[in-house]
Write a new protein. Structure first.
Length: 109
């Protein structure tokens, strides 16, 4: 299954709710990922430009994006970004393929 990293920020309304009623946000994230057939590998609260990060294996990116649309529509998160992550082995394979592509490429004259 492809691995994706999703990051985002909590809105002021979400933070207010979390302070008033603390909850396990990792479990909230896990239920969303699993509802789309994925497997959550990790959840982190983060510092810097984003407040949280989810790392998940998801077989169909359409399911992941549908889940992110639902979470975004809640108004509790913002600035949600999703990137595809690749293992070192996958990167090595891409390098080999790039070598073949480079041999076939003809620059414009």
């Amino acid at each position: 299954m492809p691995t994706f990293i999703v990051t985002g920020c909590y809105t002021a309304a979400a933070l207010k709710g979390m302070i008033a009623n603390p909850s396990d946000r990792a479990e909230g994230a896990r239920s969303v990922v699993e509802s789309g057939g994925g497997k959550m590998l990790a959840y982190y609260a983060t510092t810097g430009a984003t407040d949280w990060m989810v790392i998940a294996d998801v077989s169909d990116v359409h399911d992941l994006l549908a889940s992110m649309m639902a979470v975004g529509a809640s108004g509790m998160v913002s600035n949600v970004q999703t990137v595809r992550a690749f293992t070192a082995e996958e990167l090595l394979e891409m390098q080999k393929r790039a070598g073949k592509a480079a041999q076939a490429y003809k620059a414009p004259a």
